[in-house]
Design a binder for this molecule. Structure first.
Ligand SMILES: C[S@@+](CC[C@H](N)C(=O)[O-])C[C@H]1O[C@@H](n2cnc3c(N)ncnc32)[C@H](O)[C@@H]1O
Length: 242
């Protein structure tokens, strides 16, 4: 099933490129190689041509891509995409770009937004670090959503966490003035790290002082559900570019 999809859409096969991304510093994901279910493959065949973007070493032109000038929000690691589709539908004064390397998740989000006929979202199956570096202009993004990034709890894996100073600096550089970074995690020690890292970036301010109150327009995600079942605290971090 996956091979048929990769033959039809070769841009879905590769999720990073060391050739032009040789300066990549964070490998924040492990690729799950589960084979696609039939309905997932069908969703890709049907909706990828409309919603999918290919990785190119070329800055995206959002006005051409969306056909309007609404501000653009990028979600990194949308997983199964349930919150993503809900937010795109209900908070539709923004355009959205979802980045995820997990192919079944891409298929699920395609199915959700395709069935709804949403026109304010696009997605890419590619390493977000490379996408931001190569395809997103500086000072062009209204917001970043990063919900339950992999916590990499073992000390020897801390270097794989997304929210570290170099990546936070990259996010800040891509934001417009007044743009935001919104992260949520169920891993207390990573939540503390997020506050500390963002606090260390000149040009970012935390209007809440510490953790933010839950944001009403965010739907519970599947990883959040797992965190709650384990009685982990859910911490929200919201910072803005000044
Ligand atoms: C723990 S899951 C959370 C998924 C979803 N946000 C949720 O809350 O249910 C983290 C997701 O981030 C994705 N991810 C991690 N690093 C990434 C990267 N550099 N680029 C794109 N996706 C990434 C992983 O594939 C994984 O699906």
């Amino acid at each position: 099933m996956n091979e048929t999809i990769f033959k039809d859409f070769p841009e879905l096969r590769v999720v990073d490129t060391r050739k032009i991304g040789s300066d990549r510093t964070i490998k924040s994901y492990v690729l799950r190689t589960a084979s696609l279910k039939e309905r997932e493959a069908r969703a890709i065949e049907t909706y990828w041509p409309r919603y999918g973007l290919s990785f190119k070493d070329e800055i995206l032109d959002f006005s051409t891509l969306f056909g309007n000038d609404k501000p653009v929000v990028i979600e990194i690691g949308f997983g199964m995409g349930a919150a993503t589709a809900h937010i795109a539908k209900t908070r539709n004064e923004y355009n959205y770009i979802g980045l995820e390397v997990f192919l079944s998740g891409v298929a699920k989000l395609l199915n959700a937004v395709g069935k709804e006929g949403l026109d304010n979202i696009r997605m890419m199956r590619f390493d977000a670090v490379e996408v931001l570096k190569h395809m997103i202009a500086d000072s062009s993004i209204a917001g970043f959503h990063i919900f339950f990034p992999d916590p990499w709890p073992k000390k020897r894996h801390f270097k794989r966490r997304l929210i570290q100073k170099p990546f936070a600096e990259l996010l800040a550089r891509k934001l417009i003035k007044g743009g935001y970074i919104y992260c949520v995690t169920d891993w207390q020690e990573y939540a503390d790290q997020m506050l500390e890292v963002f606090d260390s970036i000149p040009g970012l301010k935390n209007p809440h002082g510490g953790f933010a109150d839950p944001i009403p327009w965010r739907l519970e995600t599947s990883f959040e559900k797992k965190g709650i079942e384990k009685e982990h605290p859910i911490n929200e971090v919201w910072v803005e570019k000044v």
